[in-house]
Design a binder for this molecule. Structure first.
Ligand code: HEC
Length: 119
C-alpha cells in the first residue's frame, strides 16, 4: 500500500470515498432521528403549545351530592358552594370585582379610590 504505485493509490481513494459515503449516510440518519430542538421554536410557538392544552380541573363538581338537588333561589347555590369553599366567598367579597372599587395611582391625581360613585 505504501509503494505509491498508481493502482494502489486508486484503491485507497476508492476506500476513502466509500468510507466518506458511509459516514455521511450515518450522520444523515442520526440527524433525521434526533428530535427537533426546542430552540427552533419561536417564543410564540412555545407559548401557543403550552396554553393549547386545557387544564384539567382537580375536582369534578357534577359528582358532589351538595350540588345534586333542585335549588329554589340563587343564594341556596352560593350556600352549597361555601359549604366546601369555606373562605373563598370572603375573598371574592373583598375583591374589586365585587366592590367595584379599588385604590389606584392615577397620573396627575395621585393615589385615588376609583370605582362606583367616584368620578
Ligand atoms: C363538596 C365540596 C364542594 C362543593 C359543594 C363545591 N366545590 Fe368547588 N371545589 C371543591 C374542591 C375539592 C375543589 C378542588 C380544590 C383544589 O384543587 O384546590 C374545587 C374547586 C373549585 C374551583 C377551581 C378553583 C381553582 O382554584 O382552580 C372552582 C372555580 C369552584 N370549585 C367553584 C365552585 C362553585 C361555584 C361551587 C358551587 C356551585 C362549588 N365549587 C361547590 C369542592 C367543592
Amino acid at each position: 500500500m505504501s509503494s505509491g504505485n498508481l493502482q494502489d493509490i486508486g484503491i485507497d481513494m476508492k476506500r476513502i470515498f466509500l468510507a466518506l459515503i458511509i459516514i455521511g449516510a450515518l450522520v444523515g440518519a442520526m440527524l433525521t432521528l434526533l428530535p427537533k430542538r426546542s430552540v427552533d421554536q419561536t417564543p410564540l410557538a412555545r407559548l401557543t403549545e403550552r396554553y393549547r392544552q386545557k387544564e384539567k380541573p382537580s375536582a369534578d363538581h357534577t359528582l358532589f351530592a351538595a350540588l345534586q338537588k333542585p335549588f329554589s333561589k340563587p343564594q341556596e347555590v352560593t350556600e352549597a358552594c361555601i359549604s366546601c369553599h369555606n373562605e373563598r366567598h370572603k375573598e371574592v367579597m373583598k375583591s374589586s370585582h365585587w366592590n367595584w372599587e379599588r385604590t389606584e395611582y392615577i397620573e396627575g391625581k395621585g393615589i385615588r379610590k376609583v370605582g362606583k360613585g367616584t368620578y
